[in-house]
Design a protein around this ligand. Structure first.
Ligand code: NAP
Length: 258
């Protein structure tokens, strides 16, 4: 799996939920590689703060108001990219949430719905809105920020190939895990629809990254967690589609089972 060093190919990128954490680090890296990066954020204050930090390094980063659960915000975001750039080369569906860690049998349905709104339906809404722009790219790439917790194979075996959780321990988070399993299915479904186009669609498990989502218990920095998402966002023409790639410190990452 090789990445394009040619930043002319992956020039225009959108990262959702990019005001902090892994999304911010992905936006940062893609901009360092020479891209024009739309930094999607639902809060103007938080989005502008991240934008100005990255711009102070001379990077072409543009705050884009985008709440992935708000259809009109998604449509407005696509309109702005169309007006300014006319196309999109890479979409990183990063925005994600998880509810409080409760046993499945006592997780309120409202929590599950809330998580799915962002992690699944939000991704579908943004992908559908951006696809006309991605189709105009010479090398459209879609990267869905999943998690090894969404792997049905590894959940059933209670075994984490990424080594974060010891054998026999696999967190059973009903809202989060099943939303990422659904996201994995969404990834394969789009990849299959788009097989005869130049658009490659893949899912990533970024590793256990210290961010707000896990109370900073992760062991990787956001920049380390951004490595595989950036690799998938800048894949060369002969790169894979419909794969699930995890961080394991090897150059290409590890292929995970769905
Ligand atoms: P994070 O620091 O909590 O960042 C999550 C980002 O998503 C924030 O920018 C947040 O914005 C944004 N967001 C949430 N709901 C949104 C919405 N409706 N519209 C737009 N943006 C929204 O967590 P993270 O660890 O960087 O997570 C990024 C992605 O990686 C998630 O999909 C997560 O599931 C995945 N992931 C993380 C880990 C890990 O170890 N950290 C492991 C596997 C997968 P606000 O600031 O406005 O809340």
């Amino acid at each position: 799996m090789s990445a394009t060093a040619d930043t002319g190919t992956t020039r225009v990128a959108l990262v959702t939920g990019a005001n902090k954490g892994i999304g911010r680090a992905v936006a940062h890296r893609l901009a360092e590689l020479g891209g024009c990066v739309y930094l999607g954020a639902r809060s103007e204050v938080r989005g502008r703060a991240a934008e100005s930090e990255l711009r102070s390094e001379g990077l072409d980063v543009r705050f884009l108001s985008l709440d992935v659960t708000d259809e009109s915000s998604v449509i407005q975001a696509a309109k702005r990219i169309e007006e300014e750039e006319g196309r999109l080369d890479a979409l990183v569906n990063n925005a994600g949430i998880g509810g409080p860690p409760l046993p499945p049998s006592s997780t309120p349905l409202s929590e599950i719905r809330r998580t799915y709104e962002t992690n699944v339906f939000g991704v579908i809404a943004v992908t559908n809105a951006m696809l006309p722009l991605l189709r105009r790219s010479q090398a459209g790439r879609i990267v869905n920020m999943s998690s090894v917790l969404g792997s049905l194979t590894h959940a059933a075996a209670q075994e984490d190939p990424t080594g974060v959780f010891p054998a026999g321990i696999f967190p059973a988070l009903l809202d989060y895990n099943t939303s990422k399993a659904a996201l994995n299915a969404v990834t394969i479904t789009y990849a299959n629809e788009l097989r005869d186009t130049k658009i490659l669609v893949n899912a990533v498990s970024p590793g256990f990254v210290a961010t707000d989502i896990n109370g900073h218990r992760g062991v990787l920095t956001p920049r380390q967690g951004a490595r595989i998402p950036v690799l998938l966002a800048t894949l060369a023409e002969d790169g894979p589609t419909a794969t699930f790639v995890g961080e394991d410190d090897t150059p290409e990452g590890q292929r995970l089972s769905w």
